[in-house]
Design a protein. Sequence first.
Length: 298
Amino acid sequence: MEFIDYYKILGVNKDASADAIKKAYRKLARKYHPDLNPNDAEAERKFKEINEANEVLGNAENRKKYDKYGKDWAHAEAFEQAQQQRRSQGGRQQQSYGRFSESDFSDFFESMFGGSETFSTRGRSVRFRGQDYHTELQLDLTEVYKTHKRTLTVNGKNIRLTIPAGVKNGLEIKINGQGGEGVNGGPNGDLYIRFSIINNTKFKLDNHDLYTTAELDLYTAVLGGEIIVDTFDGKAKINVKAETQNGTKVKLKGKGFPVYKKEGQFGDLYLTYQVKLPANLTAKEKELFTELKNLRSS
């Protein structure tokens, strides 16, 4: 029979602390528990391996013996004597943990440690926390401009949640106790929701600030005046200074995107002017532009 590396099975180093071993065992046991992986033979096999590894590494005396002899266990006289002593005491009563019996332990375990009594009596009361659920909620940028409520259906269960204004793309929130049910009376897992925000607007979002362009006719750019521009939630009237150059940026304070979980706080809106030149000039217009050109060059 082959030597079994229990440290490798639990994914811990040989110098791992007792707490680290316990944590690794519980994490793997939850992952591969048969109640959470019905009709999965591979998960059931791994669950047996994990529990066997915990029986050795989770018990100070067993771990000491295992660390002392390791792969040379078969040549240790102490093992042979212990095995003969157990045999002379007669058969043992079969004990089990859940659906697993003593016969589920490997030959290596049986030869080195002589049975599963410790596992059977101690393991029966172990509680397992339910699995955590992870889901993604896709929203348009316009939907997260204001706080609103949304109902999600996760594993057949309707969950009502409030989505605050200003939720960021990639943000993940946790809803306690809305994951998988615990095993053997253990607590439920949690539900993690990651937000995927799609921006189909003409506004670019950077942190809490919005950026866009505003078209400006030549005459208003030269002479100044008032224009109406689009904001994220409506329109605004702004004054344009005379002789405004193409590419000029202006800031509309407080007209940006809401700040997440800070009621009433908004970023700013930045406009970049794009001056549009007139087209299809009449003869008179061309004459006037020529006259203007001559005035500027004189």
